[in-house]
Ligand binder design. Structure first.
Ligand code: GLN
Ligand code: ZN
Length: 771
């Protein structure tokens, strides 16, 4: 073959109008049949394959489709369905749904809050590396046996073949699969399962080879993380065996989500026919990679960013590709996106309302594939006239556009001084002043912010946005909701009420919509987990706040009660983390710009008399880089950004923050460095174990360890909350403890919220009497 090959690592499966989500949910509700669901799946796969073919992609992936999650597909393929689900047909979507969602009776049957569950509880879900995609965690135990059980990968290969497409099956690699799983027995060595796991992969590869697959892509993103010796050995052992079974079928190991650093020699030593490298995040490693690249392998260079939505810079990519071509020749070089495109929205075609100037800077999955193909043409001298020039013009236009540059923001950022990150006094003095001002009882009660976003609230907002409900009527409706919410909190005796967040669609979108430098797509959906999709805002320019964002509602709520109302804001790292972020400046700079906007909002809330302001940062933890060595620099700027938001206020203004993680130990230093006066955290599901990190660290400020799990509709009893608080009271000074739920209440219904909060207040009162 004389021209450089192009390929794709994975295509978004949700459909350009979220067809898969809609069909799957309809199936769950019994509105469509299993056959109709499978039909939708087939239609989507066919459409996606043909689209990629039309885009000029030479090698198109299959088995990148999933009815729920690709890791769960691997679990089924390998016959690793957790025993508690009983024997299920591994090729049946119902099995996927059962493992991912559990069966209906997962309620706490004994009712004493001990957390025991009967029935089949779902497998856990967790974040896929540093993306916002969540996978279903494989489960391992000493008796785990792998047996090739699912047929999906074989079926999809043949399905593509029937359409005349000789696809490249995609598998999760064995080392990544083992690394991402969990075992309930902490002492169990999951790598003892490697032998059997590799045997199953041998069989899978053998069967795909027999079906005629020429290339198989094996994803090992774990290569972009810190690997211990056990994992390195596992790589060598696994691939030594897999390479020999492949026969004429060639294996390509794909690494992505970062450069390889110390894993580069291991990567290059894998005895496979091809290696895929993320040349976006790993661009500075390309020279070394090329220099050391083995003579017998194909290199797939991922030059088009699969993790963002910006147009590729053809000049930069062609520079890398030309270097690679000079070193490897045409035969051994492939062009690809950096990773699977499931992390990017499907197409710009359905964005007629997007500002044309900004739209011209963007590329979603379809446009990215066109870029991969165009780069191949440009490199091979086959590109049509003007392709490169047009790309250059778009980049030049973006760089020079007044839309993205705001000199006032730049000047303000440059003028930020160290004292802007410091509260006026240290915590003990602030605490004394706040106590005097707020006059709260011991064990003060509060909530995390949101109250039920009922169907009526959502429908009123939708009608208002589409022009069906006049703005005044919407305003009156939200006021009524807020009034009822504040009255309810007053009536049951919540010490520090909130306004309820009824006016907010989403904790990031609400702010993004009011900030300069943000834009929103109409259909830019990305799968988050299962049928849940998110539509992240796009941060394209310098961020500023033209006018106050929350004072109207917080001020209104404050006027309704004598008690100290808490204002509610989203923190800068969370806003950044849940958006598509501009790639023309460091993330740190964008975060600081957002922080300045939030800082102004904090001061405006203080000015209208709010005595407490909460800045939520639930995403600080998920922003952690994949490599441990990068954690400290990240945490340093994340903490600074929070402090920049929080430090403008007077000592007696109480700054709260909220985080809902499952792990605090490794970042507790940073959390303490935020120096929030009060932090509320999720702890009830861990039976207060998550508090240990705070205790061990001697966490000095006030803390509200969540006493009930808002993820479940179950109403917790007073005694069980009291039991949790007593556990907390044994290790945290009484005067520093707050009583609150684990997280916001927006997904719950009013009846359970009412009952639970009444119990929570009763719990606080009982604690007060005792102390
Ligand atoms: N204030 C937000 C709420 O209550 C916090 C949500 C969160 O922690 N993710 O909904
Ligand atoms: Zn939360």
């Amino acid at each position: 073959m004389s021209s450089i090959r192009t390929h794709n690592l994975g295509y978004p499966r949700i459909g350009e109008h979220r067809e898969l989500k809609k069909a799957t949910e309809a199936y769950w509700q019994g509105k469509i049949s299993r056959e109709e669901l499978e039909d939708t799946g087939r239609r989507l796969r066919r459409g996606n394959w043909l689209k990629q073919q039309a885009a000029g992609i030479d090698l198109i992936p299959c088995n990148d489709f999933s009815f729920y999650d690709q890791v769960l597909d691997a679990t089924c393929l390998l016959g690793n369905i957790p025993p508690r689900f009983g024997r299920q047909d591994a090729s049946d979507p119902d099995s996927l749904f059962l493992i991912a969602r559990g069966s209906r009776d997962t309620a706490d049957n004994c009712g004493d809050g001990c957390g025991c569950q009967t029935g089949t509880f779902a497998s856990e879900m967790t974040k896929w590396f540093d993306t916002n995609y969540h996978y279903i965690v494989p489960e391992f135990h000493a008796g785990t046996e792998f047996k090739v059980s699912g047929t999906k990968v074989f079926d999809e290969f043949q399905e593509a073949l029937a359409l005349g497409i000789h696809a490249k099956p995609v598998l999760i690699g064995p080392v990544t699969y083992l690394s991402l799983g969990k075992s309930h027995d902490a002492d169990f060595d999951r790598f003892s399962l490697l032998d059997g796991l590799v045997a199953a992969y041998e069989e899978i590869i053998g069967r795909l080879a027999a079906l005629g697959a020429t290339w198989i892509q094996i994803d090992e993103p774990i290569l972009a993380t810190d690997l211990d010796d056990r994992r390195r050995d596992a790589f060598l052992e696994a691939y030594a065996r897999l390479a020999t079974v492949a026969g004429n079928t060639r294996l390509m190991v794909a690494s992505y989500f970062g450069g390889l650093r110390d894993n580069l020699p291991l990567f290059l030593s894998l005895p496979v026919a091809g290696l895929h490298f993320d040349a976006v995040r790993g661009s500075d490693e390309v020279p070394e990679l090329l220099e050391k690249f083995p003579e017998d392998k194909v290199l797939s260079l991922g030059v088009v960013d699969g993790r963002n939505i910006w147009r590729n810079d053809f000049d930069a990519s062609l520079g890398l590709l030309a270097e690679a071509e000079a070193r490897l020749g045409k035969e051994r070089l492939w062009i690809a996106p950096s990773c699977s495109l499931i992390h990017s929205p499907v197409t710009l075609e359905n964005e007629p309302k997007l500002d044309p100037e900004i739209k011209n800077w963007l590329a979603f999955a379809d446009e990215k594939l066109a870029e991969v193909s165009a780069l191949g043409d440009l490199l091979g001298g086959r590109a049509g006239p003007g392709v490169l020039e047009e790309n250059r013009a778009a980049h030049l236009g973006r760089r020079g556009s007044p839309r993205i540059h705001n000199p006032a923001v730049r000047a303000r950022l440059a003028a930020v001084a160290p004292q802007d990150l410091e509260r006026r006094s240290r915590f003990p003095e602030r605490q004394a002043l706040q106590r005097e001002k707020l006059k709260l009882p011991l064990f003060p009660t509060t909530t995390i912010g949101s109250f039920p976003q009922t169907a009526e609230v959502r429908s009123a907002r939708a009608r208002w946005k589409s022009g069906l409900l006049p703005a005044v009527a919407y305003d009156a409706f939200i006021k009524e909701e807020t009034r009822r919410c504040v009255a309810f909190q007053d009536e049951i005796g919540i010490d520090m009420p909130v306004h309820g967040e009824f006016e907010r669609n989403d904790m990031v979108e609400y702010f993004g919509e009011q900030l300069e430098g943000f834009t929103f797509t109409a259909n830019g959906w990305v799968q988050s987990y299962g049928t849940r999709c998110v539509k992240p805002p796009v941060i394209f320019g310098d961020v500023s706040r033209p006018r106050p964002m929350t004072t109207y509602w917080s001020g209104f709520a404050k006027s309704l009660t004598e008690r100290p109302m808490k204002g509610m804001l989203t923190g800068p790292v969370t806003i950044l983390q849940w958006s598509f972020v501009r790639n023309d400046q460091p993330r740190e700079t964008t975060t600081r710009q957002i922080a300045l906007a939030i800082r102004d909002e904090v001061l405006d809330l203080e000015a209208i008399g709010l005595a407490a302001i909460q800045i939520d940062e639930p995403a600080i933890r998920e922003g952690l880089p994949l490599r441990r060595a990068d954690w400290d620099p990240y945490l340093a700027w994340a903490v600074d950004a929070f402090r920049l938001c929080a430090s403008g206020v007077r000592d007696e203004t109480q700054i709260h923050t909220h985080m809902c993680y499952s792990e605090f130990n490794d970042i507790i230093g940073a959390i303490a460095a935020l120096d929030a006066d009060v932090i509320t955290i999720e702890t009830s599901r861990s039976n207060m174990e998550l508090l240990d990190a705070f205790v061990d660290f001697n966490y000095p400020n006030e803390i509200g360890p969540g006493v009930y799990d808002i993820h479940s509709p179950r109403v917790p009893g007073v005694a069980e909350m009291r039991h949790l608080m007593e556990k907390a009271g044994a290790v945290i000074p009484t005067g520093n403890l707050w009583v609150n739920p684990d997280c916001g209440l927006k997904t719950r219904g009013w009846p359970e919220v009412r009952a639970s909060l009444v119990h929570m207040v009763a719990c606080a009162r009982a604690l007060r009497e005792k102390s």
